[in-house]
Write a protein that binds this ligand. Sequence first.
Ligand code: ADP
Length: 158
Amino acid sequence: MVNAVYPGTFDPITNGHLDLIKRAAKMFEHVTVAVASNNTKNPLFDMNERVDMAIDVLTDFENVSVVGFDNLLVEFTEMHNASVILRGLRAVSDFEYEFQLAGMNRSLAPDIETLFLTTAEQYAYLSSSLVKEVARLGGNITKFVPEQVIAEIEKKLG
Ligand code: ADP
């Protein structure tokens, strides 16, 4: 059986991420959600807050764990005995960057495969950054993120 790592910023985790994790949990023996510290992206939540939110919404999944990381992704993947890096594709616009990332990671670690799951249609337009934008402007985000995350966004944005 194969273990997978699902890396991202998860600032914060959305229903789109969750849908992908649910589907991946059925396909892989274990899925490690890898929360990148990604300070260059200037995230709203620090890494520990993003990890805690993801843990909170994923408690029911026995074969899913959540870990923060700030080292090289392929090294992290090897350390967790995984041979697959999982990414989500929403639109053609995701493709170019993802193609580049997958190529770089293959060049660094040829034994690790990057696999893509396409988004469920209802989440195709959903991104963490849009959710934050809508929340900042006072829009309703209940359809886009789990309840626990709404409370954290409200706390953060005041
Ligand atoms: P990153 O900063 O690495 O892009 P994200 O947290 O934005 O991290 O996304 C992590 C992964 O989840 C990426 O592969 C991204 O394409 C995918 N993803 C993000 N939103 C969705 C969604 N709504 N449906 C499916 N996949 C998604």
